[in-house]
Design a protein. Structure first.
Length: 454
């Protein structure tokens, strides 16, 4: 290890920890160790692998509060969100453990013999996790990859390595074999690139910006390396005039303010049918103005700080002085604070309306009819998530099928459940994570024909 990563508390700007950064040599060593550990893990009886993953989940469950407090310090998440995130790691491990003994192939009818398929582990998996949800998204790759018989090397984001390092310690405490799950904090241009380029890494699971995802995709292409990409989003929240406007307006603020808007699924384009636009704006404004922004450790806090000074500067650059906006309040002084902001009377092609801001900022735009709503919803290079509010079931189905996004909710803002597949259309990514097929995404299908002819 060389160099160092300084971890700052986003709410205070104080240094929480200094963590050594992995080098390319460290990646080489980790891959060699992981390769050896994976062979033994894949050969172990499925029931034994399942029991160890359940034990890992139980150990995580016993450290929920510790992990949550660590997440607050390194990421600035509210304590309630951080507890949910730690619990989600536990749940993902439990869910994946249940799939180990059901990861089976098929028997395919053929002439002259028997044909069977086997789902075999890929080998060593590189998981590159983001800073916006450090624990759960790491587990999206970690849990199913281990369950499918692979080894995992996790590179956390430079700003949020602490929970990942602690999870690796808890894995060993639970009895997960040494070197099967390793964490390498480091810079993307060093440790991240080394993982992507390493011939001993069979697949990359990356969550982050579309720009970085494209770079990783190009490097994987040169090696014909498998990859899953979960990238950016500019998700619509479509409100029709026949909807329960009070419910839609009450839900809208936290649909883009949760995690301080640092969420690829954030509903940052609120599209409201013109006949209901004025009433909706009247209903939603008090909710935005009253959001509690402050100390992430305070149980009453609804929104914390942004992750860094750079992210704060990025968000500020989108909300220019010429824009009209409804604003909430945010603390002054140390910390990377920005108030809840809803931009009104804006051109749909303006940067704040068209690009991913990744902060507590949304725009509100009117539409005329169903066709216009779909046109506006699809007028983006992204297609990750979205919501629509209506009492008309037929409309809900028509619009859901017409919107080009991977995850849609009707009269709800839910996007992610570990039981259901998650992923995007267009430049929001490639492949699907979570859900009943999560384990198969980390396997290779082998076909075997056995002749029965004399």
């Amino acid at each position: 290890m060389s160099d160092a990563l300084e971890v700052l508390n986003p709410a205070t700007e104080e240094t929480v920890a200094v963590v050594p950064a992995a080098t390319r040599d460290d990646v080489d060593t980790a891959v060699a160790r992981a390769t050896r550990a994976q062979r033994a893990w894949a050969a172990a009886p499925p029931g034994d692998r399942a029991r160890l993953l359940r034990r890992f989940a139980a150990v995580v469950d016993g450290h929920i509060e510790e992990l949550a407090q660590l997440e607050v310090r390194e990421a600035g998440h509210t304590i309630g969100n951080a507890r949910w995130e730690a619990g989600n790691v536990r749940d993902l491990l439990d869910f994946a453990a249940g799939g180990v003994e059901r990861l089976s192939g098929r028997q395919i009818p053929v002439a002259g013999g028997i044909d069977v398929t086997f789902l075999e582990p890929l080998g060593v998996i590189g998981v590159i996790a983001p800073w916006n949800f450090p624990m759960p998204i790491a587990a999206w790759g970690l849990a199913p990859a281990l369950a499918a018989g692979n080894a995992v090397i996790l590179k956390p984001a430079e700003t949020t390595p602490l929970t990942a390092l602690r999870l690796a310690e808890l894995a060993l405490e639970a009895g997960i074999p040494e070197h099967l799950f390793q964490v390498l904090p480091g810079h993307g241009a060093v440790a991240g690139d080394a993982l992507v380029e390493h011939p001993g890494v069979a697949k990359i699971a990356f969550t982050g910006s579309t720009r970085t995802g494209k770079q990783i995709m190009a490097k994987c292409a040169d090696r014909v390396k498998r990859l899953t990409l979960e990238l950016g989003g500019k998700s619509p929240n479509i409100v029709f005039a026949d909807a329960d406007l009070e419910a839609a307006a009450a839900a809208a603020p936290m649909a883009f303010l949760d995690n301080t808007g640092q969420d690829c699924c954030a509903r940052t384009r609120i599209l409201v049918q013109r006949t209901a636009y004025d009433r909706f704006l009247e209903l939603v404004a008090p909710g935005i103005e009253s959001v509690t922004v402050g100390d992430p450790l305070d149980e009453k806090t609804q929104m914390g700080p942004l992750i860094s000074r750079a992210q704060l500067d990025r968000v500020r650059s989108y909300v220019t002085d010429d824009l009209t906006a409804i604003r909430g309040k945010a603390p002054e002084g140390p910390g990377f604070w920005y108030p809840p902001t809803l931009v009104t009377d804006v051109d749909p092609t303006a940067p704040v309306a068209a690009e991913e801001v990744f902060g507590p900022v949304a725009v509100i735009l009117p539409f005329e009819d169903e066709e216009d709503a779909v046109r506006l919803a699809n007028a983006t290079e992204y297609g990750l998530s979205g919501s629509l509010w209506t009492r008309d079931v037929g409309r809900a189905l028509r619009v859901s099928r017409a919107v080009r996004a991977g995850n849609l909710s009707v009269n709800s803002h839910s996007s992610v459940r570990y039981w259901t597949p998650f992923g995007g259309y267009k430049q929001s990514g490639l492949g699907r994570e979570l859900g009943p097929d999560a384990l198969t995404a980390f396997t290779e299908t082998k076909n075997v024909f056995i002749s029965t002819e004399a």
